[in-house]
Design a protein around this ligand. Structure first.
Ligand SMILES: Cc1cc2nc3c(=O)[nH]c(=O)nc-3n(C[C@H](O)[C@H](O)[C@H](O)COP(=O)(O)OP(=O)(O)OC[C@H]3O[C@@H](n4cnc5c(N)ncnc54)[C@H](O)[C@@H]3O)c2cc1C
Length: 456
């Protein structure tokens, strides 16, 4: 079975590659291989009643399947080069931004029309943040919301399935180089192609590492982000979230001069579990639908750890910390901020009596037994700094869930076309280590599709 293009992974990177290719070159034979389920079969078994915590399914429905890790995400498309990846280092800032805007247009055509585009341009909060030693990063944010994001994906699939062969529940196990392209090996069969786009995201990070080793493609890895997810009454942040929706704020700690930043803000949202390679960490999202909104807002506070020689396994470091919380709490741990600063564990009673009703069932515990002191001190400092622009952030009842870990795939050596040293083998999205967001991953997909289309 021979294809012009095989795409591995049906996350945003893979979907936008398939979309752009089928638009620009409808005559091409294209296949997509996906380890997980089609969108309508993706269902996390955690229902809060019978199944309360992660049971480590064979493929995680939150991370895998059509839509990738983004399918049940908040659908926040950040149109910016300031965060979300370093795609611009390869393709240039102007092109990267244009492609992110193009992705936004496509999302609007496929069901996102009417959703709000927020922007930091001209906001008064920039000054207020600076006055309080906080730096608000520039961005435009399209908030689709989990529900509209799902509709957009469904509509895209309905269009794509007419032109593209989809193989679900079929992880690719190996990529081999042939005389005129690539052989894609799965448990069921082998397929050949002239061009191969690999977009396997975070869940495919270990496999990606293996492929790079076997094909002798250079990689580097030295970063992991570790922190907590903060949950508080939505009113505490409503002045910021009403205007900006998501504010990316960076604080430089006084003690260690580390950068702590807010990440993935979800006004009126919920906190969720995330399973990466069997390790349960925390994340969050929110819905556009008013009926699904909660009274809480959540966001992550993360500290980036960059390691220098001889240590190379930054993800292993993050995993070990997440494992500690899994060991102590059987999954994610939750603690009141007041308990943390008083040096005592939280218990169910104190949480129940508190002002904030948790949106995730997590085990009350003590995050100071899990997070390294340097990281924890930075987070506490930042909470007090945020309290100055959003009074109430440092309330005793503010909930902290841990741990949140952002694993970065090792960065793959790619040229300015996102091509490896092998002609026709492209690596994009979070799996390449150069993107960490929906918009950057999607923009990379469009970029390589256009590169390939030009060859024909
Ligand atoms: C809960 C959650 C919320 C998020 N919220 C946001 C947000 O609001 N905004 C934002 O910008 N980002 C968000 N993100 C991050 C965002 O989802 C990712 O950056 C984005 O999905 C990356 O796209 P991708 O195509 O590179 O990879 P992915 O979306 O991870 O897709 C990769 C796909 O490849 C498949 N795969 C892996 N290995 C193989 C293999 N060997 N063979 C075949 N298939 C394979 C996987 O099953 C997966 O479906 C969130 C992530 C999570 C988990």
């Amino acid at each position: 079975m021979k294809y012009d293009v095989i795409i591995i992974g049906a996350g945003p990177g893979g979907i936008f590659s398939a979309y752009e290719l089928s638009l620009k070159k409808p005559e091409l034979k294209i296949a997509v291989f996906e380890a997980g389920n089609p969108l309508d079969k993706r269902k996390c078994p955690i229902d809060g009643k019978k199944v309360k915590t992660c049971i480590c399914c064979k493929t995680c429905s939150i991370m895998s399947g059509f839509g990738g890790a983004g399918a049940f995400s908040d659908g926040k498309y950040n149109i910016t080069n300031s965060f979300g990846g370093t795609l611009y280092e390869h393709i240039g800032k102007k092109t990267a931004l244009e492609l992110m805007k193009y992705v936004d247009d496509i999302n609007m055509q496929f069901g996102g029309e009417g959703t709000k585009l927020y922007s930091t341009a001209g906001t008064k909060f920039k000054k207020i943040c600076i006055e309080n030693k906080l730096n608000l990063l520039d961005a435009s944010v399209r908030h689709l919301g989990t529900d509209i994001n799902y509709i957009v994906l469904q509509n895209m699939y309905n269009k794509l399935e007419k032109q593209v062969d989809f193989f679900f529940n079929l992880p690719v196990s190996e990529i081999e180089i042939t005389q005129d392209g690539y052989k894609i090996i799965t448990q069921k069969a082998e397929y050949e192609c002239t061009n191969c786009i690999v977009s396997v995201g975070r869940s495919g990070s270990k496999w990606m590492e293996k492929v790079c080793k076997s094909l002798n493609i250079a990689t580097k890895s030295n970063r992991v982000d570790i922190g907590v997810r903060v949950e508080l009454p939505a009113v505490v942040f409503s002045h910021l979230t009403d205007e900006l929706y998501e504010s990316k704020i960076v604080y430089r700690t006084e003690k260690f001069e580390d950068n702590v930043r807010t990440f993935c803000m979800n006004p009126n949202g919920i906190v969720v579990n995330e399973n990466t390679n069997g390790i349960v960490t925390v994340n969050g999202h929110s819905y556009e639908d008013n009926d699904m909104k909660t009274e809480n807002t959540n966001f992550a506070l993360l500290v980036s750890k960059h390691f220098s020689e001889p240590f190379e396994d930054s993800n292993g470091y993050g995993e070990s910390i997440a494992r500690l919380s899994n060991m102590l709490g059987g999954g994610v741990i939750v603690q009141r901020f007041g308990d943390l600063v008083r040096g005592r564990r939280s218990n169910s009673k104190r949480i129940e009596e508190g002002l904030v009703t948790p949106t995730l069932q997590a085990t009350p515990g003590d995050l100071s037994l899990v997070l390294p002191k340097r990281i924890l001190d930075g987070i506490i400092e930042m909470i007090y700094a945020l309290d100055k622009i959003a009074p109430g952030t440092a309330n005793d009842d503010t909930l902290l869930y841990g741990v949140e870990v952002k694993f970065y795939n090792m960065e793959v050596e790619l040229d300015e076309k996102l091509e490896t040293k092998y002609q026709g083998l492209y690596i994009i999205g979070d799996g390449s280590g150069i993107t960490h967001s929906l918009s950057h991953a999607s923009a990379g997909g469009v970029f390589v599709a256009r590169e390939i289309a030009e060859k024909y």
